[in-house]
Design a binder for this molecule. Structure first.
Ligand SMILES: C[S@@+](CC[C@H](N)C(=O)[O-])C[C@H]1O[C@@H](n2cnc3c(N)ncnc32)[C@H](O)[C@@H]1O
Length: 278
């Protein structure tokens, strides 16, 4: 059954096709999703009941990593594949430490973009642009990126739950390398990436179900493949580790560290080596 189109939904979107942004929003407890998204999300939950917890764990990692970047003095952020920017998004977290942090959110999903733009309408230091991560040069050259971000100074680039939507043919390593080349020394790269390492049948079935039902297939990678995506960055301790093990804070630790593989993904933060300008 197709939803009736809510007021906030852009006219161009197809209400019969699920999108990862809106399925993720459903996992996070948001309201920017449609019947088709909820159906696919519930199918995923049937295979892997802790999918909503996974989405929260990714958000908590993102927040820990952004706090790390902010503590290093980074006051500008580009969050690519940002999704619907609710539930403790980058600008709110960074500004706890760096009050005037500037943030560019990027997504290709029209609902994430429409909602993000509405949410940030009164914020002169944060924008949400629609762009495809597979064209990183277009993002770096975007006028709104130029207006807010000074690439001659350190920037934190967030790629959380994004690179596993980029196929080998679309070359995620080249995507990251293009970003790295534009980032000043001292910049941070924040990555979370799904992995099938050590996973059993149910989660593999969930991946197959997702790929059969979604126009955005996922490409899971091994630990070493994910580490290779961070080539040219100095990887901060504790390295490329299962998601909940990246510098957990007390409240994140409960339960998660008991079986860190259960989230089927790795997290890492790299810094670009070299002399910083400031
Ligand atoms: C699973 S959600 C993750 C959202 C957020 N980064 C987080 O970690 O909570 C993946 C997001 O990546 C976006 N995405 C996937 N492929 C993309 C692409 N090629 N270009 C831009 N965004 C993309 C989706 O629209 C979706 O919002």
């Amino acid at each position: 059954m197709t939803d009736s189109r809510p007021e906030w939904a852009p006219a161009a979107i197809d209400l019969d096709q699920p999108s990862s942004a809106r399925v993720w929003d459903y996992f996070l407890g948001g309201s920017h999703n449609f019947e088709v998204d909820r159906r696919v999300a519930e199918q995923a939950i049937a295979f892997k009941p802790d999918m909503p917890d996974l989405a929260r764990q990714v958000r908590m990692f993102l927040q820990r990593a952004v706090r790390t970047a902010a503590a290093a003095g980074i006051d500008q952020y580009i969050d690519i594949g940002a999704g619907v920017p609710t539930m403790g998004p980058v600008h709110e977290i960074a500004r706890e430490t760096v009050p005037h942090a500037r943030v560019v959110y990027v997504d290709h999903d029209p609902v994430a973009v429409a909602h993000g733009q509405a949410l940030l309408a009164d914020d002169p230091d944060a924008v949400f642009i629609q762009a495809d991560a597979r064209s990183p040069r277009a993002i770096l050259d975007h006028p709104e990126v130029h207006a807010l971000i000074d690439l001659d100074r350190p920037v934190a680039v967030v790629l959380c739950s994004l690179l596993h939507f980029v196929s080998a043919d679309d070359d995620p390593a080249a995507l990251v390398a293009t970003l790295r080349a534009a980032m000043a020394p001292g910049s941070h790269l924040i990555v979370q990436h799904a992995s099938h390492d050590g996973q059993s049948g149910d989660i593999i079935k969930m991946l197959q179900m997702w790929n059969a039902n979604s126009p955005e297939p996922m490409y899971w990678r091994t630990h070493d493949e994910i580490e290779n995506l961070l080539a040219g960055f100095t990887i901060l301790d504790p390295g490329v580790v299962p998601l909940p093990l990246w510098r957990p804070e007390a409240e994140d630790r409960a339960g998660a560290a008991e079986n860190p593989e259960r989230y089927a993904s790795y997290a890492a933060v790299g810094t670009k080596p070299g002399a910083t300008a400031d």
